[in-house]
Design a protein around this ligand. Structure first.
Ligand code: FAD
Ligand code: NAD
Length: 480
């Protein structure tokens, strides 16, 4: 192994591995150090996203949705399958295969792209400036080596927040990773936190037959989302059977006779509940422990996030930080764009992330997706707001899919016609939001969307009609 690189990336998740690949594409010599270890002891690149986040959760969401559709929707199509059963072992095996394929894909991309993948721990010993940055690499065998690099990109990611009052045993009381690995459908599942993870994983096990109760401390559901979007999503998820309790503050949980007892307080006073399994999904925190030696000049804020500017520069010479370990939403696509930006800047090229246009997607059924400003945010900013909306019940394609709940909503500036935000709850909302991202990136007007032809019958017509509705010119819905 050589001991000097142009770039060393610490962390091989969606922040780190794209940074390493782009650096190599920019003809820089690059090593990516990653210490991810799976529960079975195997090592893999890909970080949280590929090993214990985005990819395994979407694999299970797909399986559970198919199961749900077979049980509840096939009949409407005239398809009789009897009462479907779920083989959780087979479902988990499929998920593991997808994860293995994807993480193995990164190893292949590294190999063919000229990135040196190093499995073990990295620690920044010194920033650059006078000379190279210094990084300590501790291999899987414990052997230490000091490497030097022109620049370093820190991409150490995040870990789940734990609650002191809810001690996890990894079996009955688990975090999101544990909830992705259940070997059977729990009869009664408790989830603490009605955030993205709570809703996605709650949905998985609810569709497979669990009775799911979600305990959310806040009074508002999905506080960051457009209020109308959040209200519709809450209505639909509750209708499916998710028992979402808002304003529910958990004070304690313990395992008692093989079941989990939880105490919480809500509007109705002190309550208790019993579950077979409990998932703690109350947010994630940056993982910056043991990442920095004394005196590197890299600053951490009060919550242990690495302090960076808009270009992910830490302020310590030639040291960048990207992804979940820095400010901003903890999302894989945000991490990836930041990693690529850092690799471009190091190579002396142009690099930029538009923090105004970061899509959010919650992969429940229906999906919940948004980008840009909510109606309330736009009004609070003093914008003369106009709103356009289109319900999926008026979409032929959505009805053909038996998925006609929800709507697409556009928030625009009535004076300039500029689109400020798009909010969708409905089928494939996560795919539809792509068009909205492009519209916002290009500063599109409602008229631009109105004049763009959308294929019929597609779900994307909902975005087109919502844009028309903003000017009371929708064809397929009432212009209220
Ligand atoms: P990570 O993916 O956490 O990767 C960091 C890597 O660095 C890890 O491999 C870690 O082991 C390694 N590391 C840390 N410190 C060191 C060190 N000192 N030396 C060597 N290696 C180190 N986001 C989405 O956008 N869409 C989704 O659908 C989605 N679903 C999710 C589902 C779940 C259940 C969870 C938990 C998260 C989900 N996320 C999703 C969030 C997404 O996973 C994160 O935003 C993303 O992984 C952040 O990427 P990252 O590279 O910053 O960090
Ligand atoms: P989150 O921040 O989305 O939600 C946490 C929820 O827990 C909040 O609603 C909060 O009010 C609640 N909460 C906090 N403390 C509580 C307590 N003591 N009792 C009850 N409720 C409490 O966090 P998450 O769902 O854990 O997800 C973590 C991160 O992972 C998020 O930043 C998210 O962006 C990312 N993620 C993204 C996706 C996606 O993009 N589809 C999927 C999963 C995770």
């Amino acid at each position: 192994m050589t001991d000097r690189y142009d770039v060393i990336v610490i962390g091989g998740g969606p922040g780190g591995y794209p940074a390493a690949i782009r650096a190599a594409q920019n003809k820089l010599s690059v090593a990516c150090i990653d210490d991810w270890q799976n529960h079975d002891g195997s090592r893999a690149f890909g970080g949280t996203c590929l090993n214990a986040g985005c990819i395994p959760s979407k694999a299970l969401l797909e399986s559970s949705e198919l199961f749900h559709r077979a049980a509840h929707e096939f009949k409407a199509h005239g398809i009789a399958v009897g009462s479907p059963s779920i083989d959780v072992t087979a479902m988990q095996k499929r998920k593991a295969g997808i994860v293995k394929g994807m993480t193995g894909g990164i190893a292949s991309l590294f190999k063919s792209g000229g990135v040196v993948g190093l499995q073990g721990r990295g620690r920044l010993l010194a920033a650059g400036g006078q000379g190279d940055c210094q990084v300590e690499f501790t291999g899987a065998d414990g052997a230490k080596q000091t490497l030097s690099a022109g620049s370093v990109i820190l991409a150490s990611g995040s870990v789940p927040v734990e609650l002191k009052s809810v001690p996890q045993d990894g079996k009955r009381i688990v975090d999101s990773w544990g909830a992705l690995e259940f070997d059977a459908v729990p009869a009664r599942l408790g989830v603490i936190g009605a955030g993205v993870i709570g809703l996605e994983l709650g949905s998985v096990w609810q569709r497979l037959g669990a009775k799911v109760t979600v305990l959310e401390a806040a009074e508002d559901f999905l506080a960051l989302a457009d209020r109308q979007l959040a209200a519709e999503a809450l209505k639909q998820l509750r209708k499916q059977g998710l028992d979402i309790k808002l304003g529910a503050k958990v004070s304690a949980a313990a395992i008692d006779n093989g079941e989990v007892s939880v105490r919480f307080a809500d509007g109705q006073g002190e309550q208790s509940a019993k579950f077979d399994r409990l998932v703690v999904a109350v947010g994630r925190r940056p993982f910056t422990k043991d990442l920095l030696a004394e005196g590197t000049g890299v600053q951490l804020d009060q919550r242990a996030f690495i302090v960076v500017d808009d270009h992910c520069r830490t302020g310590a010479p030639n040291v960048y930080a990207v992804g979940d370990c820095v400010r901003g939403p903890m999302l894989a696509h945000k991490a990836k764009d930041e990693g690529v930006m850092a690799a471009e800047l190091i190579a002396g090229r142009y690099g930029h992330v538009n923090y105004e246009v970061i899509p959010s997607v919650i992969y429940t059924a229906p999906e919940i997706a948004w980008v840009g400003r909510s109606e309330a945010e736009a009004r609070a900013a003093g914008v003369n707001v106009k709103v356009g909306q289109f319900p999926f019940v008026a979409s032929g394609r959505a009805r053909a899919m038996e998925a006609s709940g929800g709507f697409a909503k556009i928030v625009a500036d009535a004076d300039s016609d500029r689109v400020l935000g798009v909010h969708i709850v409905g089928p494939m909302a996560g795919e539809l939001i792509g068009e909205a991202c492009l519209a916002l990136e290009y500063h599109a007007s409602c008229e631009d969307l109105q004049r763009t032809m959308h294929a019929h019958p597609t779900l994307s017509e909902a975005v087109h009609e919502a844009a028309l509705n903003a000017d009371k010119r929708a064809i397929d819905t009432l212009n209220r």
